[in-house]
Design a protein around this ligand. Structure first.
Ligand SMILES: Cc1cc2nc3c(=O)[nH]c(=O)nc-3n(C[C@H](O)[C@H](O)[C@H](O)COP(=O)(O)O)c2cc1C
Length: 363
């Protein structure tokens, strides 16, 4: 049933309170970009480091990702002068170059199952269907730029994400037993060489079958002090959940023991507190009562198998006529490796935002 509210606007393009990232742009428009407002003045910015962060997300990095080739060169327009932030809004843009909009002509009227085509039409009545328009994960490039800048606000915090599962291939080792400096050593971004090879083989298999697969990104952040967050609606875990759940194709968020914690007794689950206020275990995942407790922040993010696949699928067009769709265009058979820097970016933004909010309340 269509709930047509044609001529609706599309607000909700910003995240954060003290550090606010706003993004704009569509997949096949001339450019995408953003404004990061609230960066303190005087922070040194190494522009090449921001570009390196962006390069980790870009398409065409390996045979495991989409063949779309984008240079993804970020240009800064304001807020940085002589290598340092000025405290004014930082505006940036990234040109779209390798559009092949003709591949998407069919999607003007045919709705891809489990993609945003139908709901955009139902809500807005008019949409840029090329490459998924605003619903495309191309937008997430702006999040990575924002996150890399946000990370400069909290240099003492070390945030690392990695691929911990792809389809049925699961890496269950604790992060303490992994070499997290090796995340980028393999195109899957799994820091365990044997599991990484299994994951790559599985992604290649589903790609050859014109299908897609999902997986999980795990993340750990160390170096947080106790007390970041707010105790009620803006709990740290609530803001983290919103931030990562806003990434395209995310279907689940867990912190600490997550759903598995329901299987433990309270006596097993409680994190005992030591004399120095550290805890012996970390079922909390670094947050209690909405506030960081100084333990590592540990979270996991579930990505679905992406919608656009070359296999035949039954769907309908805008008039409700049955259509068999074999999607053209270039698509990631598994977005998880490219999602690793995006998850990091969202956590960088949330932690920097709460750090700045927390600072304000200090006498
Ligand atoms: C890095 C990345 C790349 C993506 N690439 C594709 C893609 O090639 N094809 C596709 O159908 N979805 C892709 N997606 C997911 C869609 O953008 C997303 O599923 C769609 O907008 C519908 O939203 P939802 O899945 O969050 O409900 C990608 C997601 C990410 C994070």
């Amino acid at each position: 049933m269509r709930c047509v509210s044609y001529f609706s606007g599309m607000p909700g393009n910003s995240i954060g309170q003290s550090l606010v990232l706003t993004t704009y742009g569509e997949s096949h428009g001339t450019q995408i970009g953003g404004i990061l407002d609230g960066m303190p003045a005087g922070i040194s910015v190494d522009l090449s480091a921001i570009q390196r962060a962006l390069d980790r997300r870009k398409p065409g990095q390996s045979a495991l990702t989409t063949a779309r080739k984008e240079e993804d060169l970020v240009e800064f327009h304001s807020g940085i002068f002589e290598g340092k932030t000025t405290g004014t809004p930082i505006a940036f843009s990234i040109k779209n170059k390798d559009q092949r909009s003709q591949d998407y002509g069919e999607l003007a009227t045919v709705y891809r199952p489990s993609h945003a085509d139908y709901v955009y039409d139902a809500k807005y009545g008019h949409r840029d269907y090329r490459g998924g328009g605003r619903s495309s994960a191309r937008e997430t490039a702006c999040r990575v730029v924002g996150g890399a800048l946000a990370a400069l606000v909290i240099p003492e915090v070390r945030i690392t994400a990695w691929t911990s599962s792809v389809g049925p291939i699961i890496l269950s080792e604790d992060w303490q037993n992994l070499d997290l400096s090796a995340v980028d050593a393999h195109p899957t971004r799994c820091p365990h060489p044997e599991k990484a090879a299994e994951m790559a083989a599985y992604i290649e298999q589903v790609r050859d079958q014109k299908d897609s697969t999902g997986g999980v990104v795990s993340l750990v952040a160390t170096g947080l002090e106790a007390g970041w967050g707010e105790p009620v609606f803006d709990k740290l875990q609530a803001d983290l959940a919103k931030a990562v759940m806003s990434i395209n194709a995310v279907k689940g968020f867990e912190i600490g023991s997550g759903f598995a914690g329901t299987q433990l007794l309270g006596s097993q689950h409680n994190d005992s507190i030591e004399k120095d206020f550290t805890t012996t275990t970390n079922h909390a995942g670094g947050v209690v009562g909405g506030l960081s407790n100084g333990a590592p922040l540990e979270l996991r993010v579930a990505f679905k198998p992406v919608a656009t696949i070359g296999k035949e699928q039954n769907t309908v067009d805008a008039d409700g006529n049955r259509v068999v769709l074999e999607a053209k265009g270039r698509h990631d058979p598994c977005v998880v490796p490219r999602a690793v820097p995006i998850v990091e970016a969202m956590v960088q933004l949330v932690l920097a935002d709460h750090y700045l909010r927390n600072k304000k309340y200090k006498a």
